[in-house]
Design a protein around this ligand. Structure first.
Ligand SMILES: NC(=[NH2+])NCCC[C@H](N)C(=O)O
Length: 711
């Protein structure tokens, strides 16, 4: 499967270059294209809007015939445009906050010439699916397409002046838009994907996707699976996620990191990258001093006999309270840290025991949620931290290298990566100990130099954004990181809230144990299944598989479907609803799809044979609509690779399920006689159904949902 959207933009990019060879050799963010069927043209207000942003606009390419027609035609250009920007503003997503978008939207509205609407009244409820906004490089520079701005690699400083120059050039073409459009269309190479191109109104280009092409594409899916073209360059990607802390509790924040990190890893693996999934657990640091000291007191025989610590969190609380109250204990705790950091054998053994207890708990959770991770915690970097500090923060050595590190008024060795950084990175505490910063600095060095990472992704709560920003700045400054060679992303996420919109806690105000949360999910999903009397229909094995798929699937999906930057409200009631955008709805859609071939008694073998000979049926509107959603998968994957926002893939998955539901309601795959016996099987449609199952399964796989055939 290829990214049709990109391909079409490439096609037009080349056509524009051919039609206007004098346009300067520079990337020019110009074109807005919409994958949309509706009538309204959004060109004018979008142009105004983008021009105000300093972008040059040549023309709007409207890719018609893809997507759905849910956008009411009556709305005028202006409204359409704003809905459009709001619905899928990939340009805006990374540049403008929602608030700024609204500000601009209003400006746009005010400068428009049409009737005034109360924009907000119209906008919010409209769901415009199947729209995309992209930059198009007019000149073919950079191989034709300018990546979206969200990758962070764009040379932002050059852009505005370049864009306005180009804008001037474009104005100097001095042709009416319609003849500009005609000229461009004349230069479009013939393409498999395009059925026809029409010029509409004052000069909008409408591209109609070819059904023949779509049929071929779906047939490929049936015959060789959902596959993407091979990568230009396979990257080594370190995804640092989950990363709970030993002995402290693993909380919902870690759950989010685990879910998002796992899905991102799956997505990047699907693309063909070499993904290293790292669990950077907090298994080092001063808290181990008190834990070891407490272990020695509580289980003096620990070296001979494994201590029965069954509640590690309670153990942590006990040692913490001793540490806070008892000066002698505190002193001993500090000595233990020093011994541990010097790898003294008995202390190392005690430390290992404590870590093992934690690890058992973590692993149970990973197993339940089907998470794959390799542990390489903070402790792994101990000798590298020593080395790092020696190289960059040693008093004697400092004479020989540029003076990056300073000693602050508290006697800490600190470093500013950028003069604007509000706080420094703390490499060495006043007592000589290392910090979270020190270990992350040593880690980034290790990942670049030894792990040979091309891309490092940190998945943590948004609260750590500043830490990673400063870390990157410092790493660049001392030459550990070259950000033109290594891409670094902090994938931040918001807080999980309870239904009362406050921090997610138990009724009595304690942090929720993740194992309890999963158990509760299982309990509730079983209740739901029983309400529907599924226990009477399914075998015990099927029932259990459904129960787990629903419980774990709904927790994961509820997390992933929200824009990760926002806080989200954890509600079992909402996530277990079988109507609306939930895992339950999607899982049911999948079982329904699976049941069609089963009812028709068409075997997988027969599907394969038919795929090679019978044409897939795409004549009916609803068939066509479903097909168009299915072939958007590569486009969405590309987008998520840039934004690292998985809700975009959730949206597509939901779009597929709803397009399928419409198709299913309108198009019979089987014809039955009055006795209920099948008299005819529409194989062309069965093939479409099976292709839908393939694409949906791929989406499920990335999102961590387990498809079940019966539920
Ligand atoms: N390299 C990193 N800093 N990874 C993230 C670690 C997350 C940390 N253990 C926490 O619980 O907040």
């Amino acid at each position: 499967m290829i990214d049709v959207h990109q391909t079409l933009l490439g096609l037009f990019s080349r056509a524009i270059t051919a039609a206007f060879p004098d346009l300067p050799e520079a990337p020019c963010p110009i074109v807005v294209s919409s994958f949309c069927d509706y009538q309204c043209n959004a060109a004018l207000p979008i142009s105004q809007f983008l021009k105000a942003q300093g972008s040059a606009i040549l023309l709007t390419v409207k890719v018609a015939n893809i997507g759905d027609a849910s956008c009411p035609n009556k709305l005028n250009n202006l409204l359409t445009c704003i809905i459009f920007l709001r619905a899928r503003g990939s340009i805006l997503e990374s540049q403008l906050s929602e608030e700024e978008l609204w500000k601009n939207a209003t400006v746009c509205f005010k400068t428009g010439t049409r009737t005034r609407f109360k924009i907000r009244d119209y906008l919010i409820p409209v769901r415009v699916s199947g729209l995309s906004v992209s930059y198009l490089d007019v000149t073919g520079h950079n191989g034709g397409l300018q990546g979206s701005n969200s990758s962070g690699h764009q040379k932002k400083d050059k852009e505005p002046s370049m864009a306005s120059n180009i804008y001037e050039m474009i104005k100097s073409i001095k042709k009416p838009p319609r003849s500009v459009a005609e000229e461009i269309v004349q230069h479009v190479e013939s393409s498999d994907q395009v059925e026809k191109i029409e010029i509409a109104g004052p000069g909008f280009i409408n591209i109609f996707l070819s059904r023949h092409y779509a049929i071929g594409c779906l047939k490929d899916i049936l015959l060789s699976g959902v596959k993407l073209p091979s990568l230009e360059k396979r990257l080594r990607v370190v995804v640092d996620f989950s990363s709970p802390n030993v002995a402290k509790e693993m909380h919902v924040g870690h759950l989010r990191s685990t879910i998002i990190g796992e899905s991102l890893s799956r997505l990047l693996e699907f693309l063909g990258h070499d993904v290293v999934r790292v669990n950077h657990i907090g298994d080092w640091g001063t808290q181990f001093g008190m834990l070891i000291a407490h272990l020695q007191d509580k289980f003096p025989n620990y070296l001979k006999e494994s201590p029965p610590i069954n509640d590690l969190q309670e153990f942590y609380r006990e040692s913490k309270s001793r540490f806070d109250k008892d000066e002698d204990f505190k002193k001993r705790a500090y000595q233990c840290v020093v011994k541990l950091q010097n790898f003294e054998p008995d202390h190392t053994k005690a430390w290992k025991m404590i870590c093992n207890e934690s690890r058992k708990e973590f692993n149970k959770l990973y197993e339940r949620l089907d998470i794959t991770l390799t542990e390489k915690g903070e402790s792994y970097y101990q000798t590298r931290m020593v080395e790092l500090v020696k190289t960059y923060a040693d008093e004697e050595e400092l004479a020989y290298i540029p003076n990056f590190i300073e000693t602050d008024e508290n006697g800490r060795k600190v470093m500013y990566g950028h003069p604007n950084d509000p706080i420094p990175l703390i490499l060495v505490k006043s007592d000589g100990g290392y910090t979270y910063d020190t270990s992350d600095m040593a880690t980034i060095k290790y990942r670049v130099e030894e792990e040979k990472a091309d891309w490092i992704i940190y998945v943590t709560d948004a609260g750590q954004a500043m830490h990673f920003e400063i870390l990157q700045n410092c790493a660049k400054k001392i030459g550990i990181l070259d950000d033109t060679k290594v891409r670094v992303d902090h994938v931040g996420f918001g807080v999980v809230l309870g239904e009362d919109k406050k921090k997610f806690k138990t009724r009595s105000g304690e942090t929720i144990r993740l194992a309890d949360l999963l158990d509760e999910g299982l309990r509730r999903s079983l209740v739901k299944l029983k309400e529907k009397e599924r226990d009477k229909v399914l075998t015990p094995e099927e029932l259990q598989a459904a129960q787990e798929a629903v419980a774990y699937g709904c927790i994961k999906y509820a997390d992933l479907m929200h824009n990760r930057g926002n806080d989200y409200v954890f509600s079992f009631d909402k996530m277990l609803d079988d109507k609306g955008n939930t895992a339950v709805y999607l899982l049911y859609a999948y079982t329904r799809i699976r049941s069609i071939a089963r009812t028709a008694r068409v075997t997988p073998q027969q599907v394969q044979e038919a795929a090679a000979t019978v044409p897939i049926s795409l004549d009916h509107d609803k068939e066509w609509k479903l097909a168009k959603v299915l072939i958007r998968l590569p486009e969405v994957i590309t987008r998520v690779t840039k934004s690292l926002c998985l809700h975009q893939l959730c949206e597509l998955t939901y779009d597929i399920a709803t397009a399928f539901a419409e198709f299913y309601d309108n198009c019979y795959c089987l014809e039955k006689d009055s006795a209920g016996d099948i008299v005819k099987v529409n194989m062309g449609r069965i093939l479409l159904v099976e292709a839908t199952a393939c694409v949906l399964r791929k989406c499920f796989d990335i999102l961590g949902l387990k498809p079940v055939s019966r539920m």
